[in-house]
Structures are given as C-alpha cells and as structure tokens.
Design a protein around this ligand. Sequence first.
Ligand code: ADP
Ligand code: MN
Ligand code: MN
Ligand code: MN
Length: 455
Amino acid sequence: MRHITTSEIQSDIIDRRKDNPKILSGPVLTNSPNAVLSKTLLGRYNDLPLPADRILATYVWIDGSGEHLRCKDRTLNFIPKLPKGKLEMILEELNQKCSLNAAESLQRKYSIEHKPPFFSPRDLDTAFQVKCKLRERENTNSFDENLKELPIWNFDGSSTGQADGHNSDTFLVPRAIYKDPFRRGNHVLVMCDTYKYNMEPTTSNHRVRCQAAYDKCKDEEPWFGIEQEYILLDSDLRPFGWPPGGFPPPQGPYYCGVGANKVFARDLVEAHYRCCLFAGVPISGTNAEVMPSQWEFQVGPSLGVSAGDDLWVARYILHRLAEEYGVIVSFDPKPVQDWNGSGAHTNFSTKKMREENGIIEIEKAIDKLSKVHMKHIKVYDPRGGKDNERRLTGLHETASINDFSAGVANRGSSIRIPRTVAEEKKGYLEDRRPASNCDPYAVTDALMRTCILDE
Ligand code: ADP
Ligand code: MN
Ligand code: MN
Ligand code: MN
C-alpha cells in the first residue's frame, strides 16, 4: 500500500473537482443520473398540487438478506395519524401541569446544567417521571392507534429472497409511521415487517421476537441508543473522495475532522440529520469517523422495539438521500483492510440502571452477557458472526471476536462503561460488538432476553 502525501491528495482533489464537482461536498451534484432527473423532470412536477385526500405512503421493509431495504409506494385516501415528537410531548405534559414538582425539577436541571432540551437521557428520565411516554405509540401487540387504519399490503416475495416463485405473495404489516421528508406534506413513510403466505413471519423478520421480548419487559423501560457507522462509496465502489488508484494519508486527522481534505460529503450528512428530525426519528448526533468518507449518526435513546424501527428508517432515509447524491451507502463492517471498520455500538439501559447506584445493575448485566458471548455474536451481524470476523480483530478499537471483555472507558473491550457512568454510578452500558450491518431488532432482542428476561 502506498501512502499518498497530503499535497498530492490536495492537488488531486483540485484536479478532479474541475471536471467532477462531486469530489468535495458542494452543491447538489449534477452528474448523477438521479440528480439530473430531480433537477429537470421531477423538479418540474414536485410542486404540482395533489388532491388533498390523496396521501402517498412509502412502505419500507427488510428483504430476505436481512440487511437490505426495499420499498414501494401506494396512495391512501385519508391522512394517517402521526406520532407526536418527543419534545412536543414533553412540553405538552409539562403544560398540562400533570406534575408540578417534576416540571420544576426539569426546569431547575435546565438552568443549572445547561442540558440540551432534547434527547438528553437525564431529561428523558424526568420525562418518564411525569409519565410522559417516549412515544405516543408503544407498538404493543400487532397494531397501535396510529397504525390500525393503514392497510396490510403485499409484494412478490420471490423477487426479494422471501418466498418461492410458486407461492410468492408476501405480506407487509405496518409497524411504525414517520413523516416523509422527501415528499413532505401529509405523506408518510411506513416501516413494515413481513409475513409469508400463511402469516408466519419470514425468516428475516426479527421484529416479531423483539416485540415479544419487549412486551415481557416493558416495565423495565429498556432504552437503546445505537451509533450507526457507515461509509460512502463512489459509483466505482471505492470510498468516496479517495484518490484514484491509491489511499489517502493514514487515519488520524479524519475522526470529527474539519476541512475539505478531511471530510467528504458533509452536506449529505447534514441533509440526513435534518430529514431524520423532520421524519420523527430521534437522531441524537452525528460525527465524521476514523476513515475518510466514513461517518456515524446516533439514534435514540429509543424505547424497546421502536429502537429498531427508528434505526431502519434512518438507514432508509440515508440510502434515499445518497441516491440523489449519486453515491452508495455501505454498511459493510470492514470495507477496507487495515482501516477502522464500521460498527453499530448499542448503548443500553434499564430503568434500574438509570436510578441511583444503577451501576450494580449494569455490572449484573455485564456478568450475564459474559456467559453468552458467542450467542450474541451470532446475531450481531446478518451472517451469524461471519461479517464480524473481519471487523472484531482486537485491533482498530475492537475486541477480539473470540473473547469477552468489559471495561471503563475502554474502547478495546466488548462492553464499555462510559467514564461518566462509572463516576455517577448509574446510566448505561455500551455493547461495542454489533456490526454496522446488524439487524437492530435482533441485537436489542438479544440484550433484553439476556439482561432482563434471563433467558
Ligand atoms: P460514543 O462515546 O461511544 O461515541 P455516542 O455519543 O456516539 O457515544 O453515542 C451514545 C449513544 O448512547 C447515543 O445514541 C445516546 O442517545 C445513547 N444513550 C445515552 N444515554 C443512554 C441511556 N441511558 N440508555 C441508552 N442509550 C443511551
Ligand atoms: Mn459514537
Ligand atoms: Mn464511532
Ligand atoms: Mn461508541
């Protein structure tokens, strides 16, 4: 491998930028077929007024690979009810003064600690105390209020690896609803799970088990905050913005980097952030990662099974934006050898862990996790651990796939207790093992079953 010098990469970027404006983050790209379409064809019809009683719904689902998404659109003749945003709900509860004390303490916290008013886990804790739910919808059982009017739909499962040709009708059951940041207005995205002709869940439908686990441990209020790492690929399937035929200078300056020679496609990342917030996905942050063109966003904390819904919809939005940008999102856990891979660190807590001396509960959970390491590894990527073999090498901020380890502030262990959690003696743990292409339903399911349900 030849390392290219910074000045080489700079002049290369400048050269390539002249004839290819997508090398650096800039205005919407003009050279991708999709971008051209949206500028010319769709751009001209996007603001055509549609009949007010015709709503477009995009049904999104996980296909037979267990890691790729599919979608198709349909018209609804009613406006589906949307779940309210968390902030809106917190404020509503506070306005209703259902608990003056809690409201006061919440305000005191803001003034003393200058906490951001949104998604700070501690504020959410208070929010729970005032019985302000994370979500209006809790996704209990098969349908909730917001979803029951949405029709069950079907698709050809033989084209998605989900059914045989001779019996190919596969069912889509709506599970979570979001605002559509692409069409806006009253249009919606609907996260679905999939069922075979006989209404048995398809093989890649891990949501059913996850829902069942959550139903059994709801009272423990399991929260998940997932850090989704990914890389962007150019149309030649090389990392976006990398010099042709070579490597960028070694990793070091790119993590949380600033500057055109350190990060690529920041505008895509920013667009994703905004689209997620608009849609109702509780995205809590984003940062550039260790490898150039590698990024991370964090979703959560989300409650129980909705963590999976939220992350899958965030992934869908990212893929869709990248289509417009003319780049490809890869969730492969080890896209380039000798560089940092991509994970989906899963931060997990229960009500008890978040209370005084919750560290005892956290340690109990770690002890339980230590006994079933391989069982978890098997469900932490879509290939039974094979994908993670390439990533969990013990190098590049990972622990070896074969050993279980835990430590405070240790990014080389399977489970990390963040420094602040150790100091405050309460909070959450970080499971660093899930691969970037994991199914969050399977990961959160395993965590609930091991740590709460003692299965
Ligand atoms: P890291 O230091 O590992 O990069 P990040 O800041 O990227 O951590 O992500 C931390 C994640 O943990 C966020 O998604 C956040 O919402 C989530 N989180 C914070 N507190 C809790 C909690 N009590 N339970 C579950 N998740 C939490
Ligand atoms: Mn992170
Ligand atoms: Mn990271
Ligand atoms: Mn992390």
